[in-house]
Design a protein around this ligand. Sequence first.
Ligand SMILES: [Zn+2]
Length: 140
Amino acid sequence: MQVTDEELLAYVNETLSEQRLVAVESAIRSSPELQRRLQMLLRSVDTGEQSVGAVWRERRLSCPSREELRLWVFGALPAEEAAYVSFHLQTVQCPYCRASAEDIRSAATDRAATERRRRRVFASSAGHLRRSGRSGSRGG
Ligand SMILES: [Zn+2]
């Protein structure tokens, strides 16, 4: 019977189906080779070598901060950093940072639209309230 590493890990994590669990368990019991593989797997899991999550976390350390992304979106990042962020987003296509940048961009667009709307409403109601020809100040 063929037992993959994934199945061995699933066996350890008890995520196999009942039927498969019984089959894998008896295969492990009857096969010294499988027992060795299981031991090696457990060791590597313990030291984090095999952990996909750990690899991701490590990679994500190279992600720009949210603040850097914000500055990048608004074109306010120094050229060297901007080049790194562009590389990270466009070449590496980091899904986390792409989502963040998209988020920042759309939030900014929303804010700008809201601000425009607010100004328009304010301008028209101000026009109704005081019909003097005085131009309103643009304070925030
Ligand atoms: Zn990233």
